[in-house]
Design a protein around this ligand. Structure first.
Ligand SMILES: Nc1ncnc2c1ncn2[C@@H]1O[C@H](COP(=O)(O)OP(=O)(O)O)[C@@H](O)[C@H]1O
Ligand SMILES: CC(=O)N[C@@H](CCC(=O)OP(=O)(O)O)C(=O)O
Length: 328
């Protein structure tokens, strides 16, 4: 006699749960197959080895699932550690590092020479996917000097760049070749505008101090690239659960916010959240349908966001929240 179907299902137990998890991903796989997803991997999200390994596995999973992931990495804490080691003073204004020519050399060395190499190496444990590039390469990011505005007053913050052009041709070519581009947030100066050599100075050792390059916040760089690539999502991985409604007095996470409401909230935000939420806003205003801030300290945060019905973190959508009920 054959056992009843319910008994057979009960015996499979956990295996069936796995099948349910996989099938929950089906609509999201269908929706994002062939789509470009730009992931900003923040310096604070990359500190623990086991999480770094899981991040790399998630990115490779996305690639095998038919999505086109692009990584733009940060490295603020790693830059700070090197500046401290060298005794170079550095501070932040409106979430941006005031970048002297001396600090610029360190920023470029740490981002392109250390963090980029580390992220590429992590991903390539799974196969020949990741290709590292600096935003200087193939004219990917061209920037002009940016100033901060504090209490309505323009403040000089040194060699910090505002991206004015993105040439995403090299990134597209890598994606078409099945690769995973890993990009550092350094930009070249707008040489056509005659900016060459204005900012830097030769180092004592005769090495160019980076006269024609700018330090760009990695959130900002990721948003600019997401817009240029027509990405389906921008995902920003950081070290908090998302955007807190009333930070630091409360830890209630805003799970979803429309661009209009976010624009109103921006002036009240502080520190690193300012460039992060400005980046999400500029991405959705530039045509990216969804921008997310996720907690990189949560294992497999990327997969939870992309392939589950509830998602996690904070999602920014165009317009008002109410007008975009269908966004997820
Ligand atoms: N409203 C807010 N919600 C969440 N975090 C906030 C908020 N305002 C300021 N922060 C701070 O911003 C930090 C994230 O920015 P940052 O340190 O630059 O991250 P990353 O290195 O990932 O780019 C958080 O760790 C938190 O201390
Ligand atoms: C202008 C500016 O502030 N640039 C950043 C670039 C790195 C970065 O953005 O790293 P996280 O994403 O880890 O913060 C900096 O120098 O720290």
């Amino acid at each position: 006699m054959t056992a009843p179907l319910t008994d057979a299902s009960a015996r499979l137990g956990g295996a069936l749960d796995k099948a349910h998890t996989l099938i929950e991903a089906l609509p999201w796989l269908a929706r994002f197959h062939g789509e470009t997803i730009v992931i900003k991997y923040g310096g604070n999200a990359m500190t623990e080895e086991h999480l770094r390994a899981k991040f790399a596995a998630d990115v490779v999973f996305l690639r095998y699932a038919g999505l086109r992931p692009v990584i733009v990495h940060g490295g603020g804490p790693q830059i700070q550690a090197h500046l401290d080691l060298l005794g170079i003073d550095s501070h932040f204004v409106s979430g941006l590092r005031v970048t002297t020519p001396e600090a610029m050399r360190v920023v470029r060395m740490v981002l392109a020479g250390q963090v980029n190499r580390d992220v590429v190496g992590l991903i390539n444990r799974h196969g020949p996917f990741a290709v590292g590039m600096s935003g200087e390469d193939a004219h990917l990011f061209t920037a002009e000097r940016k100033h901060a505005v504090v209490d309505g007053v323009k403040v000089d913050i040194g060699q910090v760049g505002e991206i004015v052009r993105v040439d995403a041709g090299a990134v597209r070519a890598l994606l078409d070749d099945g690769r995973i581009p890993v990009v550092s947030s350094i930009a070249r100066a707008d040489l056509d505008a005659g900016q060459y050599g204005q900012d830097g100075q030769d180092g004592a050792d005769g090495v160019d101090a980076g006269a024609d390059v700018y330090n760009v916040n990695a959130d900002t760089a990721a948003a600019a690239l997401a817009v240029a690539l027509g990405a389906a999502k921008l995902i920003v991985l950081t070290d908090v659960e998302g955007l807190y409604a009333d930070w630091p007095s409360s830890d209630e996470v805003i799970s979803r916010i429309g661009a209009t409401d976010l624009a109103e909230l921006l002036p009240s935000l502080s520190s690193g959240m300012v460039p992060k939420m400005e980046a999400c806003l500029s991405a959705v205003r530039g045509g990216v349908p969804q921008a997310h801030v996720l907690d990189g300290r949560v294992a497999h945060a990327l997969l939870l966001e992309i392939f589950t019905d509830q998602g996690i973190g904070t999602m920014v959508v165009p317009g008002t929240d109410e007008s975009e009920e269908e966004a997820r």
